[in-house]
Design a protein. Structure first.
Length: 242
């Protein structure tokens, strides 16, 4: 069954220690909803095109559908490698005309932030000010923070490039960290994550982000789009290999 193959993909991610398992699971949810009761041999190229049509009705972005199909392709590749299947179907893909477009000006960004749930507002602002990727921000715990020394160390395993970074905390970033420091306890419990929702680490927030953009009249903006201003202007970061 397709669901068996999807479970095998999750296990492979865990065994290989691959990053972004949470994002993978987000991509697998719509695949499970559509294919879970299907036998793997029934997944043909035509059936995959039907899936694209199904997701288009749900207004999924082309880039999102491509990531989902890439995850499903990987499941079939693993099944062929393990001898469970003889061949894999040919997978279609969609053009991503807006890939890495939709950059934010500061006033546009703030217009979106005010429509985000409170637990995401500092998360988004940290991303805007530092240029760090969503997965990198999600990974941050208080063990990564030298509060007295005013620095954050991004672990190499949490970085997309595989290189760690040291971020000096000053100005607006330091003010944000002070707010997060004050919110690190819930009763007697110490929350390990810098950014959390009611004590639980943040994972996927595509719907909340999309809704905030829509309410701000900026429906085409991506979370990744707030990286360019920070990458161009922020100079408080040093790459480290250890």
């Amino acid at each position: 069954m397709v669901d068996d193959l999807l479970q095998a993909l999750e296990r492979d991610y865990q065994i290989q220690g691959r990053k972004f398992l949470t994002e993978l699971r987000a991509h697998l949810r719509p695949l499970r909803a559509y294919f879970a009761l299907n036998r793997a041999l029934s997944v043909t190229s035509e059936r995959l095109r039907d899936y694209i049509a199904y997701r288009q009705v749900e207004e999924a972005a082309p880039a999102t559908m491509n990531r989902e199909l890439a995850a499903l392709r990987r499941t079939f590749t693993l099944a062929v490698q393990s001898g469970l299947l003889a061949v894999a179907p040919k997978f279609p893909s969609l053009p991503e005309y807006n890939t890495r477009q939709g950059f934010f000006e500061r006033d546009e960004f703030e217009a979106v932030v005010v429509h985000l749930p409170p637990y995401l507002q500092d998360f988004a602002r940290f991303g805007y000010l530092t240029g760090w990727r969503k997965g990198e921000i999600i990974s941050l715990t208080w063990a990564d923070v030298d509060y007295r020394g005013r620095a954050i160390r991004l672990r190499p395993e949490a970085s997309k490039t595989g290189r760690g970074r040291l971020l000096g905390l000053e100005g607006q970033v330091w003010e944000l960290i002070e707010r997060r420091w004050a919110a690190r306890h819930m009763g007697d419990r110490l929350i390990p994550w810098m950014f959390h929702r009611n004590g639980v680490g943040i994972s996927n927030f595509c719907k909340a982000w999309g809704l905030a953009c829509k309410r701000a009249g900026l429906a085409e903006k991506l979370f990744h789009g707030r990286r360019r201003p920070a990458v161009q202007t922020w100079c408080g970061q040093v790459s480290v290999s250890g």
